[in-house]
Ligand binder design. Structure first.
Ligand code: CA2
Length: 149
């Protein structure tokens, strides 16, 4: 079993309670439970964390080094602004799969830029909560390939 962290950023604690037309009806707790159970079925021990604070997310990425085999990261709006998160991922030497519920490329222009994408092994967006399952599958495949490709 590989340890994997599912890390969610700002405002994602509100999932399922507001703006369901954009982000769906699934709550963060449902997504976290789904990740734990799906991870278990594909050989991943999933832990999860959500924070509205950039520094706390950076601390979690630093703490993942040598502990987690990979991270599934939805950095929320920090995706589009945070060089600091990008630098944390670069230095952590932990593979990151970037995930977004919505298709950020079909939304406002400011959401098209991701500071996470250049330092992630890949990006999944536009599939709602199922994107987290796809991201775990992608991470498991990456890890079983020995971390290449
Ligand atoms: O589509 C995604 O997953 C996003 O990362 C969500 C972020 C947004 O800033 C990114 O551009 C794309 C926003 C998360 C806000 O979540 C809410 C959920 C319910 C109600 C209000 C906000």
């Amino acid at each position: 079993m590989h340890n994997v962290l599912v890390l969610n950023g700002p405002n994602l604690n509100l999932l399922g309670t507001r703006q369901p037309e954009v982000y769906g009806h699934t709550t963060l707790k449902m997504i976290e439970d789904l990740c734990v159970s799906h991870g278990n079925s594909i050989g991943l021990t999933v832990s999860h964390m959500q924070s509205n604070h950039e520094g706390a997310l950076i601390d979690a990425i630093h703490a993942a080094r040598g502990v987690q085999a990979g991270i599934v990261l939805n950095a929320g709006a920090f995706t589009h602004t945070s060089v600091a998160l990008m630098d944390a991922i670069s230095s952590a030497e932990v593979p990151v799969v970037e995930v977004h519920l919505s298709n950020i490329h079909a939304r406002e222009a400011f959401r098209h830029k991701s500071y996470i994408a250049p330092v992630a092994i890949g990006q999944i967006c536009g599939f709602g909560a199922k994107g987290y399952v796809l991201a775990l599958d992608a991470l498991a495949a990456h890890l079983s390939d020995g971390g290449s490709g």
